[in-house]
Design a binder for this molecule. Structure first.
Ligand code: MG
Length: 268
């Protein structure tokens, strides 16, 4: 301030003019950079080519097919993770064998995109949770129902608790809609799963997240899970790595449901 006060009026005018010019140049340079569209364009790395299926339900070229209607070779018992799956394969479908129990993939996964089709039998009986109950466990954390369950149930005309209806993250997240088709029709789940990440000491670094569509209708929108889904008590996390995916054989007395056209795309 003192030095400027000592300048002659002529020099102050000159300095002001220089400041004005350089300020104008900066504004002009910024405008030029906005005009140059190439400055904001990215050319590498190039995304891989994936050839889509004939319809959005058909497996794209990079998918791992977990059930193609012919055999259950990709599946084992969830009791021991070893015994070959023994559900019923017929007419291109994989039908739950309640005596055999829940099955899981031989392979393990972290993040992925999963496509699963399922059908409630036309002659389904029962009510509430005992009507076509099954589930997709997005990651198994142990035998039985340990893991993170996306509920499968007949809710076409069947009341139950909303955080346990079709497309709920069981007892954690009420689905955004009820998009059930009548029993006897094939239905579709398209799921994006982001696995939880754990620190070396077993504490949670980032929670699991899920987005799920049912028959093309969004039911779960990037929902952040509070932990494993549980029948009783509050959810919590227990550290784990890549995990199998399970299909539930529920213990209720209603007729067994069927699955078909199951494929998965592991994601980074
Ligand atoms: Mg279930």
């Amino acid at each position: 301030m003192i030095r400027i006060a000592c300048l002659s009026p002529f020099r102050v005018i000159c300095l002001s003019a220089i400041c004005l010019i350089s300020g104008t140049q900066a504004v002009q340079a910024q405008a030029d950079s906005l005009d140059d569209h190439k400055l904001t364009e990215i050319y590498t790395p190039v995304p891989p080519v994936v050839t889509p299926g004939k319809t959005p339900s058909d497996a794209p070229s990079d998918a791992i097919v977990l059930f193609d209607g012919k055999n259950q070779d990709e599946w084992v018992s969830a009791k021991d993770g070893q015994t070959p799956a023994n559900w019923v394969v017929a007419h291109g479908a994989l039908t739950v064998n309640k005596q055999f129990g829940t099955i899981q993939t031989k392979r393990t996964f972290s993040n992925y995109q999963l496509h699963v089709e399922w059908k409630i039998p036309k002659d389904i009986t029962g009510e509430d949770q005992a009507r076509g109950n099954s589930g997709v466990f997005l990651a198994s954390t142990g035998a039985g129902d340990n893991g993170y369950e996306l509920q499968v149930l007949d809710c076409y005309n069947n009341k139950t608790y909303t955080n346990g209806q079709t497309g709920s993250i069981y007892k954690q997240s009420v689905p955004l809609a009820n998009a059930c088709k009548p029993p006897g029709e094939w239905q579709v789940y398209d799921i994006v799963w982001t696995a939880p990440v754990f620190n070396q000491d077993g504490s949670l670094a980032s929670p699991a997240r899920v987005t799920a569509f049912h028959n093309g209708v969004l039911l779960q929108n990037n929902f952040e899970l509070k932990g494993m889904t549980r029948y009783r008590g509050k959810p919590y996390y227990k550290a784990h790595g890549p995990s199998p995916i399970k299909l539930q054989a529920h213990g209720d007395k209603s007729e067994p449901i069927s699955f078909r056209n199951i494929w998965i795309r592991p994601l980074p």
